[in-house]
Design a protein around this ligand. Structure first.
Ligand code: NAG
Ligand code: ZN
Length: 493
């Protein structure tokens, strides 16, 4: 049948109007919209950004700003009709080790890694001093308690300490209190694949310079000291430390009830050592693709809000800034928070973190993953990623991650966290699980418990002070224990 021209035009107009006003969001549709090629495209771009900006996308570096612009080009420039976007600025202490050098007793250069917020040694010469051994305690940690330093004469010397069990900053603080000039810390694991810890911006002024060397080197020096030999080594650290502004990007659907918000978060920054493609380009890409798909639908009752956090690697700084600045009313409107950090690890270990207040969220993620033949593990929340602030506010939350450190991701926090460091099937399946869970909660909050309010009343003066102390404690813990989703104890600190 051939319709008259005008009638055909009218039909076309009618049908397009119908589509535009009635294209309900469903888990099935959103799942189908997520494509491996598109996730690859995002990660290619993030990797390219790192390659053309000094090799990283870290807080305070041009690669982070370029990553931010990449997200904004989509949420604001291309899809601004569908999303309201806020760029939230905040300040933090930027830190970078410009140079670190450890010279051994024979004048040899030793492989060495610098922690974040490592204080500088005197320059240009550094510190050359006698090395003093400290006892190893793998159970409680070496150099973690004041009594472990008793009777050890480190004044004016360099202390040789084994890594592990407590934060590196604690070992450094105790060494400083004992008068040491610096610490030579040897790793717990053999080899040069040394995870970079952070000493925390809040500890500036309390620390001595540190060089982290391989276990093998530390053990050999320990043996020479035990044999009564005098071992003299040098440590040189050149570092910069200053306040720099950075940003969170928060974009939410125009569609949906502003009092019922389902939130998805991933961090946009990498560490300084690499491009951060699994950590957390993977979560960033999942959110971008879910957002890109969501714009096609116009019929769902609850808002979906996407957050790309800044300065996560510096201690969850962006997400803690966001959550600690929410009013009670604003916190009440966030009905659920999903965190996606490292969801494409090369040897994926599908782990869902939840607590008693997580409601249906973990189940939604698990159901889909199990249906795809994945083995799923469950655990509690640590302090490893951006869920911390939301849990502190009692907002029902769940998090998905696939493991940090070998064997899951041997390139964790390394330069090799690039395009070759992604398990594309795991990333795709996880992004689809995330899409389904978001679509389900955007349609219905059934199975979502109410926000767990604390007994503290922040409107009272005392409440405000308590709240401030609480957030300071949260920030400190996050900065100390932070390892991006890693569940093993060994490389937590
Ligand atoms: C960050 O610090 C700069 C310089 O001190 C200041 O002008 C700016 O207002 C600060 N931004 C925020 C969000 O606090
Ligand atoms: Zn991460």
């Amino acid at each position: 049948m051939k319709l008259p021209r005008t009638a055909a035009a009218a039909t076309l107009l009618l049908s397009s109007t119908t589509i535009a006003t009635n294209n309900p969001l469903t888990p099935d549709k959103l799942e189908a919209d997520i494509k491996t090629e598109e996730l690859q495209n995002v990660l290619w771009n993030l990797n390219h950004i790192a390659l053309t900006n000094g090799g990283n996308r870290a807080y305070g570096e041009p690669g982070f700003k370029a990553s931010l612009d990449f997200v904004l080009e989509r949420v604001q420039t291309r899809f601004g009709d569908h999303f309201d976007t806020v760029v939230q600025p905040f300040n933090h202490t930027y830190d970078k080790t410009l140079q670190i050098k450890v010279t051994g007793p024979e004048g040899e250069d030793v492989f060495v890694v610098s922690p974040l917020y490592n204080p500088a040694t005197p320059l240009p010469g550094g510190i050359t001093a006698q090395l003093v051994d400290t006892p190893v305690d793998d159970e409680r940690g070496s150099g973690c308690f004041p009594e472990q330093w008793e009777g050890i004469e480190v004044t004016g010397k360099l202390a040789l300490v084994k890594r592990g069990a407590c934060a590196v900053a604690i070992k450094s603080t105790l060494a400083k209190e004992r008068g040491a000039l610096g610490v030579i810390l040897y790793d717990e694991e053999p080899g040069t694949n040394i995870i970079v810890p952070t000493l925390g911006a809040e500890n500036i002024g309390l620390l001595v310079p540190i060089g982290i060397i391989p276990l093998e080197v530390g053990t050999s020096w320990k043996a020479r000291l035990a044999a009564g030999e005098e071992v003299t080594v040098s440590l040189l650290v050149d570092a910069v430390s200053e306040t720099r502004e950075t940003w969170n990007v928060i974009a939410e659907t125009k569609q949906g009830d502003p009092n019922k918000v389902v939130m998805l978060g991933a961090h946009l920054d990498s560490v300084q050592k690499g491009a951060g493609i699994n950590d957390d380009g993977s979560g960033t890409a999942a959110l971008l693709e879910i957002m890109t798909a969501v714009r096609r639908y116009d019929s769902f009752p609850n808002k979906i809000r996407f957050a790309w956090w800044g300065a996560e690697e510096s201690g969850l700084v962006g997400s803690l800034y966001y959550t600690s600045h929410l009013t009670e009313a604003e916190a009440d409107r966030i009905k659920y928070y999903f965190n996606y950090d490292m969801i494409g690890s090369p040897q994926p270990d599908f782990s869902i973190a939840s607590n008693a207040n997580s409601g249906v969220g973990p189940q939604l993620l698990e159901e889909y993953l199990v249906a795809q033949g994945k083995e799923v593990r469950h655990g509690g929340f640590g302090t490893g990623s951006d869920f911390v602030g939301f849990i502190e506010l009692g907002i029902p939350s769940a998090s998905l991650h696939t493991g940090a450190g070998a064997p899951y991701d041997a390139c964790y926090h390394q330069a090799c966290d690039d395009l070759d460091n992604v398990h594309w099937d795991a990333l795709t399946v996880n992004a689809k699980a995330a899409a389904r869970a978001a679509a389900r909660l955007a349609n219905s909050l059934e199975g979502v418990p109410p926000r767990e309010k604390t007994s503290q009343n922040r409107r009272t003066r005392r409440g405000v002070v308590q709240s401030f102390r609480r957030w300071a404690a949260v920030a400190e813990e996050a900065s100390q224990g932070h390892t991006c989703s890693h569940k093993g104890k060994k490389i937590r600190v």
